[in-house]
Design a protein around this ligand. Structure first.
Ligand SMILES: [Zn+2]
Length: 352
């Protein structure tokens, strides 16, 4: 399985077959890689099962759960039949639907404890509950501030009317959780896993590191090949997500260079330090290009081609705008540019 691969000058994927949807692939002693499908451009998520012993009962602790869909549930049902052991713990790295989607189903089925950070747990409960009758002018104002076309804003308005929000992609979230905090240790099987918190992609994202095997479960905080979405959304328009992300990446360079990283997308890899430096470099390159571009004032929407070379679908547009917003807010809060509202209600960022 290439566990001796220590060429850390570059990111190297482990030499293991990518498992078919719903099938297990061993990646280390007592650790299995499981893939589930996603209905997006990014068409899969990696989950991990860790051999566990809970109150004398053998089973598996599960990291992340898959998108809350019929398709995922069917794959879970098929897998659980052959697994022959129960799920002992359900650990969710963060609140996004592909990670928390099936948590409720599995927690109920096995009466297993749910482990999450506090901010992720309560934010997931809130977002899945939807607006609960609150008015949506801030959602609309956010889109206008981004400089999106009237047509886009109108389409989004129509969609909001039909849409009950994140709850559609998530099975009801259990009413109880066990809290994971920075520096905590959680024992799984014979191993202690230390909790590291990443911010920026989501508010209090849990990563787990075991220092005997040098394995890091990185969720979406550190991904190979693709960069995690770092966005500013209408719930918190003055968030400085990129600052939070760049603040919580360097801590992982303190982990050994030959750490095996188990990410939530793409493949397990070696080259943690090099990947962290690539991620930091990627955002600084975007910031440099924006500094240049915004010498004459620009809206968030006008900055998209600086960050994204490909053509954007309407759904990708939503995340792309949020990503551009986070970079421009970073420059704004660093005092590098002004942020004014023009006659159309768009934010205009101008380098000082
Ligand atoms: Zn995510």
């Amino acid at each position: 399985m290439g566990t001796n691969a220590t060429n850390t000058q570059q990111v190297t994927f482990i030499d293991a077959e990518i498992p078919h949807a719903g099938k297990l692939q061993k990646v280390a002693t007592g650790i299995y890689w499981l893939r589930m499908p996603l209905p997006f451009d990014l068409d899969h998520i990696n989950l991990y099962l860790l051999e566990d012993n809970q109150n004398g009962q053998e089973g598996y602790a599960l990291i992340d759960t898959g998108f809350g869909s019929e398709k995922t549930q069917l794959l879970w049902e098929q897998l659980l039949e052959v697994l022959a052991k129960p799920i002992t713990k359900v650990i969710v790295t963060h609140l996004h639907p592909d990670h928390i989607g099936m948590a409720g189903y599995l927690v109920d089925k096995f009466r297993a404890p749910l482990y999450m950070s506090q901010t992720e747990y309560f934010t997931a409960r809130a977002l899945s509950a939807g607006a609960c009758g609150a008015s949506d002018w801030q959602d609309e104002q956010y889109l206008v501030r981004c400089g999106l076309s009237e047509e886009y804003v109108q389409t989004a308005r129509n969609k909001r009317k039909q849409n009950s929000g994140m709850g559609q992609a998530i099975r009801p979230i259990p009413l109880q959780f066990y809290r994971l905090q920075e520096g905590d240790k959680i024992r799984i099987g014979g191993r202690d896993w230390q909790v590291y918190i990443g911010r920026g992609h989501s508010p209090e994202h849990v990563c787990l590191f075991n220092n005997e095997s040098n394995i890091l479960i990185s969720g979406d905080h550190i991904l190979p090949g693709i960069t995690p979405n770092i966005g500013v959304y209408s719930t918190e328009p003055d968030a400085n997500s990129l600052q939070l992300y760049l603040d919580t990446l360097p801590q992982f360079t303190g982990l050994p260079e030959n750490t095996l990283v188990l990410p939530a997308h793409r493949q397990p890899f070696y080259g943690l330090h090099v990947r962290i430096n690539e991620l930091i470099g990627h955002h600084h390159e975007h910031l440099d290009n924006l500094r240049d571009f915004c010498k004459s004032g620009k809206t968030i929407e006008q900055c998209l081609p600086v960050l994204f070379k490909r053509k954007l679908s309407p759904q990708n547009m939503f995340f792309a705008v949020a990503e551009a917003y986070s970079h421009l807010n970073y420059l704004y809060f660093a005092g590098e540019c002004s942020r004014k509202i023009n006659a159309q209600g768009h934010f205009v960022f101008t380098l000082e």
